[in-house]
Design a protein around this ligand. Structure first.
Ligand code: FAD
Length: 389
C-alpha cells in the first residue's frame, strides 16, 4: 500500500482545512439530542452543503464533490481536528445513502439524496424492536400488502434522533411463514409524520430526549419507497450494517483528533511521575494511529473492489473499546472537574470529555453488540463452529 498522497489529495485536504477554519462555529452548538440543538445542527448541515462538504464522496449532481474514499478520510481528519459539530445527518449520509447507491433505483437516488445533502430531510434508523436487537431477524413489525404499497404495523425502539427526525428506514416482515427468520423481510422508507406513526421519546442517561420508540398503526408506504426487492430486505440490511460497523460511522479522524487532545491535556497539567497514566495516554495515541492505518488499508482494499464484509466487525470492536479507554483516561487526568457536564460553567472543554465518555459507553452496544461481533469474527473470519444461540 502506497501511503504517499497525490498533489490532488493534498489540495483537497488544504481546501477542506481552509473552509473549516473559516466556517466552524467558535462555540460548540447545543447538543443535537435536544430540539434547539437539532435545529442548529440542521442549519450547520445547510452550511456544509453550501461549501459542498456535506457528502463529499457523492456525485456532484446529488450535492457531493465526487471525492474518493481516501479523500473522505482526509476530510474527516480535518473535520474532527477543526472540532466541527457532530453530524445530525449521519444516519442518512453514512447508512441510507450507501444502501441506496447499492440497492436503490435511479429514481430513489435522485429523489432522496439531494434533500438529505441539504439537511432538509434528516433520517432515523428503525431496525431494533423490543424483542429484536442482537437477534434482528426475530423482528415482528409487519408490512402488509395494500393497493399501490404497504401498510406498516408494529413497534420499533432505540431509534436515535427519531424524536426530531423527518423520515426513517427499516426492516419489516412482509412474507410471514418462511422457513428461516431472515427470509421474507422488506426494507422500506417512511415518513415519521405520516398518519399512524406515534413517536415517543426515550429519556437518556444524560436526560436528553432525541432517542425514541415508534408505534406504527397501518402506516401507508408507496411501492416507490421499497428499497430492493420485497422479501429480500435482509440482503439490503446487511449492506447497511457493513457500513455501520465499518468505516463510515466512526471515521478514524474522530479518534486521532481526540487522542491528540488527550495528549495536549497530559502536557498541560499531568503529574509526570504518574507513569501509569502516561502509558494510558500513549496507548490511546497508538490505538488511534493503528485504527487510522487500518482504515487506510481498508480503503485500499475497497478501492480494489472489496467490501467491508465481516471484517467490519473487527473494526467495530476496536473503535468502541478505544473510545471508552480514551475518554476514561481523559476523565482520570482531569480529576473531579472532568465529570461536569456541558451546562456547568466550570466544565473543562464545555463538558466534552464527560459527554464523550457517556456516549462512548454505548459504543459496544449500538451497531450490533460487541458480543455479536465476536461471534461473527469467530464464525465467518476464523471458521470456528457456530456457537449455541
Ligand atoms: C446509543 C444507541 C443508539 C442506538 N441507535 C439505534 C438506532 O438508531 N436504530 C436502531 O434500530 N437501533 C438502535 N440502537 C439499538 C441497538 O442496535 C441495540 O441495542 C443492539 O442491537 C442490542 O440489542 P438489544 O438492546 O435488544 O440487546 P439484546 O439483544 O437483548 O442483548 C442483551 C445482551 O445479550 C448479549 N447477547 C444477545 N444475544 C447473544 C448471543 N447470541 N451471543 C452472545 N451474546 C448475546 C448482547 O450482546 C447483550 O450484551 C441503539 C442503541 C444504542 C445503545
Amino acid at each position: 500500500m502506497d501511503l504517499e498522497l497525490t498533489a490532488a489529495d493534498e489540495e483537497f485536504r488544504r481546501e477542506a482545512r481552509d473552509w473549516l477554519a473559516a466556517h466552524v462555529p467558535a462555540e460548540p452548538l447545543p447538543s443535537l439530542e435536544t430540539a434547539e440543538g437539532f435545529a442548529a445542527h440542521r442549519a450547520w448541515e445547510r452550511e456544509l452543503h453550501g461549501g459542498r462538504w456535506s457528502a463529499v464522496t457523492w456525485p456532484e449532481e446529488y450535492g457531493g464533490r465526487g471525492a474518493s474514499v481516501l479523500q473522505w478520510l482526509l476530510f474527516e481528519e480535518e473535520y474532527h481536528a477543526a472540532r466541527a459539530p457532530g453530524r445530525v445527518s449521519q444516519n442518512g449520509v453514512s447508512l441510507l445513502a450507501p444502501t441506496l447507491f447499492e440497492h436503490g433505483t435511479d429514481e430513489q437516488v435522485a429523489r432522496v439524496l439531494p434533500p438529505m445533502a441539504r439537511g432538509e430531510t434528516v433520517w432515523a434508523q428503525a431496525w431494533s424492536e423490543p424483542g429484536a436487537g442482537s437477534d434482528l431477524a426475530a423482528l415482528r413489525s409487519a408490512a402488509v400488502r395494500a393497493d399501490g404499497g404497504w401498510l406498516l404495523r408494529g413497534h420499533k425502539t432505540w431509534s436515535s434522533r427519531a424524536a426530531f427526525a423527518d423520515r426513517a428506514f427499516g426492516l419489516f416482515r412482509s412474507h410471514p411463514g418462511g422457513d428461516r427468520p431472515h427470509h421474507g423481510l422488506t426494507y422500506l422508507m417512511f415518513d415519521l409524520a405520516a398518519p399512524g406513526v406515534t413517536v415517543r421519546p426515550i429519556g437518556r442517561l444524560d436526560g436528553k430526549p432525541a432517542f425514541a420508540e415508534l408505534f406504527l398503526e397501518d402506516v401507508f408506504v408507496p411501492d416507490a419507497d421499497v428499497i430492493g426487492e420485497p422479501g429480500q430486505g435482509w440482503r439490503v440490511a446487511m449492506s447497511t450494517a457493513g457500513n455501520e460497523r465499518g468505516l463510515t460511522l466512526r471515521s478514524p479522524g474522530r479518534f486521532t483528533a481526540a487522542a491528540d487532545r488527550l495528549a495536549a491535556l497530559w502536557r498541560a497539567g499531568a503529574d509526570p511521575a504518574d507513569t501509569a497514566l502516561r502509558d494510558r495516554v500513549a496507548d490511546a495515541l497508538i490505538g488511534a494511529r493503528a485504527y487510522q492505518l487500518s482504515a487506510y488499508a481498508g480503503v485500499a482494499r475497497l478501492t480494489e473492489g472489496g467490501t467491508p464484509g465481516a471484517a467490519a466487525s473487527l473494526t467495530k470492536i476496536f473503535w468502541s473499546e478505544l473510545d471508552i479507554a480514551l475518554h476514561e483516561t481523559a476523565l482520570d487526568l482531569l480529576g473531579p472537574h472532568g465529570e461536569l457536564a456541558d451546562a456547568a460553567p466550570e466544565a473543562p472543554d464545555h463538558g466534552g470529555w464527560a459527554d464523550g465518555w457517556i456516549f462512548a459507553l454505548a459504543g459496544p452496544v449500538y451497531a450490533g453488540t460487541n458480543e455479536i461481533q465476536r461471534d461473527i469474527i469467530a464464525e465467518r473470519l476464523l471458521g470456528l463452529p457456530k456457537g449455541r444461540r
